[in-house]
Design a protein around this ligand. Structure first.
Ligand SMILES: NC(=O)c1ccc[n+]([C@@H]2O[C@H](COP(=O)([O-])OP(=O)(O)OC[C@H]3O[C@@H](n4cnc5c(N)ncnc54)[C@H](O)[C@@H]3O)[C@@H](O)[C@H]2O)c1
Length: 349
């Protein structure tokens, strides 16, 4: 049995991590912690777990094998590094951390400790994305030339557990807005689908609609539009938004020399392959339903721990995706194209 500590007992912990651990036969929710003591106690009672008084107390408990970090973005690095140093395996929510240096520190702490660091980039585990990758690898649309990927929803204020004070809108707690909150999922998805790495970005961001309680615009972006170029020379756009007050848009379309592949572009068919010959193949992903425990994230993580297999959705691979986000944010700030290599060189100086 793998003993799990949950750090941060808010929405994502209660909707995904905890139920997925609860259903996994090899995992036990051993202890929980939240800065909101009442919340931690309630969750602890429900799952017969220990409510720790601090996360340090949890990390000092030798019974804990691994932790899930489900706190606000600003704290991911500090808690991850301390947990890894204390000899715990870490599953950390996205975005991995809030600066380039913090991401580096997490990757180094994992290497030094010999413990696993996995980041919740669950888009890679969605059946529709796995099937799309399989088709792309089979050359179903030939050589990939370009893509467009979107993630638009109505914003985090109706999701977060503390809706009277939305930390997602506060630069100190969140560091980022929609560009990173949603954009990290899409940059990571593009890396996964294309087996490629984003190398430069040009972006515009804006705080267009969301407001603080006093009516002033929020301190992070609620919309971002971005152009990417990958290492292999593929060009693409990414549009992310917290102000889509219609149906959520999570579509991705890949354009190749022999056709295109449409993911979540059609309400009836999650995956459509359009061949250059005119043939259209519709994939219905129902086959995959019923075999999954939630997002599959926790099962994948526990399987890694059980079989002592390093996670594929590692700190290193998530850091590669975060670099695209950092380049896009810097581009939006400076109004010019930013290459990922520039970010790396700047830090080496
Ligand atoms: N993988 C995904 O698709 C996905 C979806 C939603 C949220 N998230 C991420 O999960 C994380 C948590 O988001 P959420 O939606 O659960 O937010 P939330 O506001 O619902 O919950 C956050 C919880 O963390 C607690 N907390 C905050 N800082 C803490 C700290 N330093 N120590 C201990 N507890 C702390 C809060 O009291 C609260 O209970 C964020 O990083 C967010 O980006 C990921």
């Amino acid at each position: 049995m793998i003993n799990i500590g949950i750090i941060g007992c808010g929405r994502i912990a209660q909707v995904r991590h905890i139920p997925e651990y609860d259903k996994n036969q090899d995992a036990r929710i051993y202890g929980v912690y939240d800065i909101n003591e009442k919340r931690a106690k309630e969750v602890a009672e429900k799952y017969h777990a220990i409510p720790y008084k601090s996360y340090e107390e949890m990390l000092a408990d030798s019974a804990i094998d691994a932790v899930s970090i489900c706190t606000a973005n600003y704290s991911h690095c500090e808690i991850s590094v301390k947990a890894l140093t204390a000899g715990k395996h870490v599953l950390c929510e996205k975005p991995m951390a809030v600066t380039y240096e913090e991401c580096q520190a997490m990757v180094e702490a994992a290497k030094k400790s010999g413990k696993y660091l996995m980041i919740c980039q669950q888009e890679r585990l969605l059946p529709v994305h796995m099937k799309a990758k399989e088709l792309l690898q089979q050359g179903s649309i030939g050589k990939i030339l370009s893509f467009r990927t979107n993630f638009r929803h109505s914003g985090p204020e109706t999701w977060t557990i503390d809706q009277d004070k939305v930390w997602f809108f506060d630069k100190k707690s969140a560091a980022f807005g929609a560009m990173a909150d949603l954009g990290i999922h899409k940059a990571d998805l593009i890396h996964y689908l294309l087996d490629d790495t984003i190398k430069s970005a040009m972006a515009v961001t804006g705080a267009l609609d969301k407001k603080n309680p006093d009516g002033t615009p929020i301190s992070v972006d609620d919309n971002a539009i971005c152009i990417y170029r990958t290492e292999k020379g593929i060009l693409g756009t990414m549009e992310v938004s917290w102000t889509c007050y219609g149906q959520e848009d999570k579509s991705t379309v890949l354009y190749g020399t022999q056709g295109c592949l449409k993911i979540n572009s059609d309400t009836k068919y999650p995956l459509i392959l359009e061949k250059r010959s005119g043939e259209r193949i519709y994939y219905n992903m129902d086959d995959y339903k019923g075999h999954r425990n939630g997002t599959g994230m926790v099962d994948t993580w526990i399987q890694c721990l059980k079989t002592k297999t390093p996670p594929e959705i590692s700190g290193e691979s998530s850091f590669e995706s975060m670099k695209a986000v950092f380049a896009a944010l810097e581009s939006a700030e400076k109004g010019c194209l930013i290459s990922v290599n520039n970010l790396e060189e700047k830090l080496d100086q």
